[in-house]
Design a protein around this ligand. Sequence first.
Ligand code: ATP
Ligand code: MG
Length: 427
Amino acid sequence: MKKKVLLVGGGGREHALAWKLAQSPLLEKLYIAPGNVGMKNLGELVPIKANDIKGLLVFALEKKIDLTFVGPDEPLALGIVDEFQKAGLRIFGPSRAAAEIEASKAFSKELMAKYNIPTAQFKVFTELEPAKAYVREMGAPIVVKASGLALGKGVFVCNTTNEAEAALEEMFVNKIFGAAGTEVVIEEFLDGPEISIHVLSDGISHYLLPIAQDHKTVFEGGKGPNTGGMGTIAPVQWVTKEQLTDIEERIVKPTLAALKKEGREFCGLLFPGIMMTAKGPKVLEFNARFGDPETESYMRLLKTDLVEIAEACIDKRLGSLNIEWESGAACCIILASAGYPSAFNKGKEITGIENAEKIPGVVVFQAGTEMKDGKLVTNGGRVLAVTAHEGSLELARLTAYQAVDKINFLGKTFRTDIGKGSLKLVS
Ligand SMILES: Nc1ncnc2c1ncn2[C@@H]1O[C@H](COP(=O)(O)OP(=O)(O)OP(=O)(O)O)[C@@H](O)[C@H]1O
Ligand SMILES: [Mg+2]
């Protein structure tokens, strides 16, 4: 039977998911809430916000939606999965209790400590002065993190104790992250290349996607403040089989087992960010959904129907599903507005997407865009995700950057070194 599918979210990740879902032979109709203008030919855009759980539920019941796919973290943290399931609806994603592994860094660090899962040493604080004292005791470099959800901007990697104390004041006194920053994790600085692990779980079996790599800082070479992510590649080829086994045995399996033991069985997609340190892989954080912009690279490589994958997770038959991938590699370059992740201007006209997509292997996903007076204009920090799929990482990078050249808007900002580090580590 063909299915009516509702996709929740409206960024670059959701454009990539919509692009893939729209290709499903099982699809009767795709609704996207709220989506963005880039997705308008892939499904029907529904003007309900991703955090309006009640509104989404009423819509899903009214339209008799067969499957809901949740993109962003916020609806998961608000319990969209619990609410939909209570109403008898089928939905892909973790329950609110399981999603807490992302929504509360304090919870996730304490879970890792309890179950011996390798991560940076840490302490949790709810008051300024003891937090400052701990920073002075530990010295720099040191990392200060808002415990709650902060759009990928809640982490300060500090080179001096002064910087760390200033970050603490921003969170506790100036409350720049609101409630998300009333609890703060201070942790040991970890050194090494960073990778993104994505794991599908149905509560019984799990499946590891190819490894991806994001580039978190706004400037080349790991410089500048953290962003939601400036570009990704997949697969990452320099991780050895032994290292991957280590990640699966010491991180993935124990985390899924720990959540189950705590009565928070994880169904959906678990995404640990991992630092490959000299002392082995260590968890930087957990996310409870697909990465953005990892998904923009993944969807270019995924062969298997995404509707089928979501259905298999919901029905707890992931173990018998054969998931297939294209050969070669994908690369995604984020085009951001000048000033991001701080203040930036909106409303700048975007040109050249069509020309970019004429290059074989290129697909441009939209994140922060809108139509104004008949023109496509910028409407966010991360504006576009320019992706290429090619036979090798080297070619995928080259093609993606050729496509980037074709696109223009005032203030267009991007990193020129996406995938460069991984290329060096392989050759
Ligand atoms: N202990 C650490 N040592 C060194 N760098 C770190 C550490 N923790 C975090 N980072 C850096 O900061 C980035 C963001 O940290 P983290 O992933 O915890 O935050 P987040 O805001 O939840 O990010 P995301 O948007 O990916 O969910 C990491 O990708 C990493 O580059
Ligand atoms: Mg996170």
